[in-house]
Write a new protein. Sequence first.
Length: 265
Amino acid sequence: MRMCSIASGSSGNCIYVGSGSHHLLIDAGISGKRVEAGLKELQLSGKDIDGILLTHEHSDHIKGLGVLSRKYDIPIYATPGTAEAVKAMSSLGKIDGELFREIHADQDFQIGDLLISPFHISHDAAEPVAYRIACGEKKMAVATDLGVYTDYTIEHLKGLDVLLLEANHDIHMLQVGGYPYYLKQRISGDLGHLSNETAGKLLCQVLHDDLKAIMLGHLSKENNYAELAYETVKLELALGDTPYKPEDFPLSVASREERSACIEI
């Protein structure tokens, strides 16, 4: 089983997760051309993708959806709210309604040897979800675009081998930056995005001996940068009430522009 970020950030998101025989994309928020280039580096093409799992309908998660689905007839898995919001967007062009597969939070479904578990997230979208994916005993999750986390969130992120978690913004950079007040409130609110500090605090709740890799994703272009997210999360892990040290776990930051290293387990 492996995970790779083709792109992750406020300007576009597309994460690959797959096994030896089945291949998925979580979101397609960059151009179809960039998605295909990323897949080619993984020795895959759009023809190999068994499904696109949508987290929600914001443009940085669906920008390339129309192009990819039309070109390769890839099934699109989405909650009813997300599917309706996507279908109403003229910017994507016409997408065959037959490609949509209805899913629901807290209802597992199978694609080949991959067991997918969607779960609720707190974000200002129609019906957003994050995904936990298992292949046998191996488990990965991608959780971004969540303004707050709860015990429910923590439960869905426990016992993982690999976790890609949002570390969207630095609180101070957001407060003093040039965004209008309403946008600052939206980003930092319960339906917005996780700060670096909050991401670190959440990680402290889900660390365990067999966690093999953590990737930080969905960084804001204006209100964060990779080194700051990395160091802030490491500091939270060091200060957290856990038996672990930050260096106990491989920690990386997904890039907005470049494919990440592939994490294989």
